[in-house]
Design a protein around this ligand. Structure first.
Ligand code: GRG
Length: 300
């Protein structure tokens, strides 16, 4: 991971990831609580060493507008639960049929398909319960705004909609417009919602919300292009998942449509634009600038 002279990204991330991991551990039902198998599956998939990019972005969004991690921690964890839910369902035999995730057997391989489906469902419901807890920390109208934003980013106007078009495009020739639709909805929508939610909960002004929305959209797209590239050129020991699966399934991806070099350039160009979008922010947005670069320079 790269860090600028004045800002230590590694330290920034490790401090916030620890906060998030502790809060998730505390929030999720214990393995000995009935129904035990469901709770084991929820904990297995959530507490399995993800990068925690989305919850970190919730915190960084809050910090960019003068807030702090404690103001937004329930919502940060909630977004990670939604992300974990999407990964569990994405890996199912009916969707991508993947057997490896974060370096371990996927949820349905470990617990069976029925439990994996229910674990995903329960994580999604728990996420919204968790967001409402933010109302004990910040004004409730900000929380209501964030509930609507995250629900939209998860549903047909976001992740689920993108996933649907992704599935429908498998094995077909896909044009650039459809590919961008898939990536913007399947991946960028939740990333954008993460950074914007943090800012709204921390009391952002409208211009700040609009700027961070643009930052989230641009970096979210760059992140998915990097994910496409890692599926071609990545090391499974670092990504924790199988490589070459997109090509095998005839998936619509940037490298498949534009080639590796052009995809890489597009990802870097998007990051550049995202960083430029933050020009009106001062040092408080330094974490967001550094995270934007990390999104495309990562190896896992
Ligand atoms: C009903 C909300 C809902 C979801 C079901 C399956 C599905 C619909 C959507 C799938 C969305 C999806 C899996 C998009 C891919 C996004 C992506 C690049 C995931 C990898 O994220 P990382 O690299 O993973 O942040 P870690 O393991 O670090 O958390």
């Amino acid at each position: 991971m790269k860090s600028s002279l004045s800002f230590d990204l590694n330290q920034y991330l490790s401090e916030r990831v620890r906060l998030i991991d502790d809060a998730l551990e505390h929030f999720l039902p214990g393995e000995d609580v009935r129904p035990q198998n469901l709770h084991r599956a929820m904990r297995y998939s959530t507490l399995s060493g993800g990068k925690r990019l989305r919850p970190v972005l919730v915190i960084a969004g809050a910090e960019a507008v003068g807030g702090d991690a404690q103001m937004v921690l329930p919502t940060a964890c909630a977004i990670e639960l939604i992300h974990t839910f999407s990964l569990i369902h994405d890996d199912l035999p009916a969707i991508d049929n993947d057997t490896l995730r974060r370096g371990r057997p996927t949820c349905h391989v470990q617990f069976g398909e029925a439990t994996a489906i229910l674990a995903g469902d329960a994580l999604f419901a728990s996420a919204f319960e968790l967001i409402t807890r933010n109302a004990s920390i910040v004004p409730a109208e900000r929380v209501v705004h964030v509930v609507a934003l995250i629900a939209e980013a998860s549903g047909t106007g976001g992740m689920v909609g993108g996933q649907m078009v992704d599935i429908e495009s498998e094995g077909k020739e896909t044009d650039a417009e459809t590919l961008e639709y898939i990536h913007r909805h399947k991946t960028a929508a939740l990333i954008r919602a993460a950074v914007v939610s943090g800012a709204i909960l921390a009391g952002a002004e409208q211009w700040q919300v609009e700027t961070l929305s643009r930052y989230g959209e641009l970096t979210g797209l760059a992140f998915q292009i990097a994910d496409d590239l890692l599926n071609v050129t990545g090391d499974p020991r670092k990504t924790g998942k199988a490589v070459g699966t997109d090509t095998a399934r005839g998936k619509a991806t940037y490298p498949a449509l534009f080639g590796i070099e052009a995809s890489r350039q597009r990802a870097y160009q998007l990051v550049q634009q995202a960083v430029e979008a933050l020009y009106s922010f001062g040092d408080s947005a330094e974490p967001l600038r550094a995270i934007a670069h990390l999104m495309v320079e990562r190896e896992g």
